[in-house]
Design a protein around this ligand. Structure first.
Ligand SMILES: [Zn+2]
Ligand SMILES: [Zn+2]
Length: 269
């Protein structure tokens, strides 16, 4: 059976410092879900655990006592809301969540491509070239896959994110192009064996639908047996526009079926 886009497992609320939009709240998210045939959503505000040293100033404010302000969720007969987070991977490959918190979340989204945070995820001046950033794509994903994590509820966020090199679209595309197919195959084979989720991120899909070099990442992930989920990554109500339809186009292009779907809390292998 064809992959149904009936979920959205990467959504921010007003609690994320890059949203702060009071309209981006659970009641609105339920409405969005109902209007788009979505049965399960997961709220994943930015999070750095106080138990892990080394937060940046921006992340320090987004600790657990901050993000849990979104609880309790309203109940809805048609839409299930899960509690998750989007944590961070520092430049020294420290992950911003301690094992004590693994059980607290229904889903843990891990970004490896936030390479716009100079001094925190990349060098002080962020001067890494496209080739160096492509190497970081490999090293940072590899590091996460080598960690001892509850992979059945871990999603790897936006692997084709524009933030990998936001100098220009040309620099971004050069970075994605510089990631060798062989490394993608190695890492996606490992991802499939671990049962980690690969995100169909709304922002990434905009590029994938325009540029074959971006789409190739998802083709390789599919050929390696990875499981996928939709993440709109919306920070504001307008950012949901077209996310489900775009994901459906990509589902058709990749030929995804329900067997290719990542479900947090399942084994996913
Ligand atoms: Zn992110
Ligand atoms: Zn996000």
């Amino acid at each position: 059976m064809k992959f149904k886009v009936d979920h959205d497992y990467h959504i921010h609320t007003y609690l994320s410092s890059c949203s702060r939009n009071p309209e981006q709240n659970p009641d609105f998210l339920i409405r969005y879900a109902r209007e788009n045939g979505i049965k399960t959503i997961c709220i994943t505000d930015h999070f750095w655990d106080d138990a892990v040293a080394g937060a940046s100033g921006w992340y320090a404010a987004q600790n657990f006592s901050h993000i849990r302000e979104i609880l309790p969720f309203p109940t809805d007969p048609e839409v299930r809301i899960m509690f998750g987070c989007e944590t961070e991977l520092r430049r020294d490959l420290t992950l911003g969540i301690s094992p004590d918190k693994f059980d607290t979340f229904d889903m843990i989204v891990i970004p490896t491509t936030h390479m716009h945070m100079n001094g925190f995820t990349v060098s002080e001046d962020g001067s890494e070239s496209a080739e160096e950033r492509a190497k970081l794509w490999v090293e940072r994903l590899d590091a996460v896959l080598n960690m001892d994590l509850p992979f059945g509820k871990v999603g790897i966020a936006h692997l084709a994110c524009f933030l990998i090199n936001r100098k220009s679209e040309e620099d971004y595309l050069a970075t994605i192009r510089a990631i060798p197919d062989g490394e993608m195959t190695r890492l996606f084979t490992k991802s499939a064996a671990l049962g980690v989720g690969i995100e169909l991120n709304n922002g990434d899909l905009k590029y994938a639908l325009k540029h074959e070099t971006v789409m190739r990442m998802f083709h390789i992930a599919k050929s390696c047996g990875c499981k996928f989920y939709l993440g709109s990554d919306a920070h504001n109500p307008g950012e949901f526009n077209g996310a489900v339809q775009r994901a459906e186009r990509v589902v058709n292009i990749l030929g995804l079926t329900e067997d290719d779907k990542f479900t947090p809390g399942s084994e996913n292998v």
